[in-house]
Design a protein around this ligand. Structure first.
Ligand code: GLY
Length: 373
């Protein structure tokens, strides 16, 4: 069974299709978009090994020719070097203005290829075929594309909406448990930011979906994507509400910078810890009950995930230095840190009005490993 979430952005509307076997059926899904039966696919080494043959066969089954560029796997691929390599390759493959480029992989590939499609010939259409949970529930939807600068993550990019998103739930079966759970950090974020019932559902069903239940996986991806699509519709270019999607991210970005954007802390793990810290901060500001942050941490613990600063391996800078790193976040406006706080589970809002001392207190207690809540 395949579900569809429609994103009715005027003039750039698209469908997000969610279900089992969409990679092998990609030809039939993509064919209606094509003016000629040829696509250029960009992927990475890991995804190519696991799934490229299936995608190519699916395209061939509908008479669609494809060429593929296989990039190195990993965050360092989101660089000027791999970006210009991709754009030049697309030009060499004679990809025309009316053609379609396929971004086949996780968030790195989706972001880089989306940006390449945004600038190639001043913009060609692209299809996202996300293969990680993080890409399926977050980065493939909403049109944020880009690469990293040596000065910081995602500092170079463009808004460029995909023409179609194909989220194949079966592809999640080849993820390591750690990568799957990192993606789940973004899934639970949706419940926390705007849908208490979804969070209840995740508390009941999270362990089963992590263990491989396909129906539950499909439901969690669909609900996440529905929520993201609603927010993107209200505020495509992040003038307001879209910032809600950054629940946990102000803390997360500081933690990623402190741990070197590497294996010590995956992005989704940082989001999960960041959500717990954002709820802790909300509780200390008297915005929500003390039970709320405890419930967030309990759910992460039940999922076998990192839930606070003490769970990050290796040393961390002190609280002042972490706060300084939070100030480097690209979402700082006029030097003011913006936080997504909550009045309860599912009730988040954006604010800049947070006393520095309270943030420092949350970080200090987290660093000392003191039991919170
Ligand atoms: N990942 C946050 C957003 O798309 O706005």
């Amino acid at each position: 069974m395949v579900d569809t979430v429609h994103v009715p952005l005027e003039g750039r509307e698209y469908d997000i299709r969610i279900g089992e076997g969409l990679i092998t059926r990609a030809g039939a899904e993509i064919a209606p978009l094509l003016k000629r039966a040829r696509v250029a696919v960009v992927t990475d080494e890991n995804v190519a090994k696991a799934h490229l043959a299936a995608l190519e066969a699916g395209l061939r089954a509908e008479g669609i020719d494809s060429v593929a560029l296989v990039l190195p796997a990993g965050e360092s691929t989101k660089s000027w070097e791999q970006f210009s390599r991709t754009v030049e390759w697309l030009i060499a493959q004679k990809v025309e203005r009316r053609d379609v480029v396929v971004a086949f992989g996780g968030g790195v590939i989706g972001d880089l290829v989306g940006f390449a499609a945004a600038v190639l010939r001043r913009g060609v259409r692209f299809v996202q075929v996300p293969t990680s949970l993080l890409a399926q529930v977050d980065s493939s939807v909403g049109g944020k594309t880009g690469i990293n600068s040596p000065m910081g993550k995602n500092l170079i990019g463009a808004f460029h909406q995909p023409a179609l998103v194909l989220a194949d739930i079966l592809a999640l079966g080849t993820l390591t448990s750690r990568d799957f759970l990192a993606g789940y950090g973004e899934v639970q974020k949706y419940g926390l930011l705007g849908d208490a019932q979804f969070f209840d559902w995740l508390e009941k069903n999270g362990p089963a979906l992590a263990a491989g239940d396909l129906e539950k996986r499909a439901y969690a991806v669909r609900r996440s994507v529905e929520m993201k699509a609603e927010i993107v519709l209200r505020d495509e270019t992040e003038q307001g509400d879209r910032a809600l999607l950054n629940l946990g991210h102000t803390f997360c970005h500081a933690l990623e910078a402190a741990t070197g954007y590497g294996d010590r802390l995956l992005h989704g793990e940082g989001v999960a810890i960041g959500c717990a810290l954002a709820f802790e901060l909300s509780s200390r500001l008297g915005l929500c009950s003390q039970e709320a942050p405890s419930r967030v941490r309990e759910h992460l613990a039940a999922m076998g995930m990192k839930k606070d600063l003490a769970d990050i391996p290796g040393g961390l800078p002190d609280a002042e230095a972490l706060l300084e790193l939070m100030g480097q976040d690209k979402k700082v406006i006029d030097g003011q840190l913006r936080f997504i706080l909550a009045r309860g589970i599912g009730e988040s809002f954006v604010t800049s009005d947070v006393p520095r001392e309270v943030v420092l207190g949350v970080l200090k207690d987290g660093l000392s490993g003191r039991k919170q809540g």
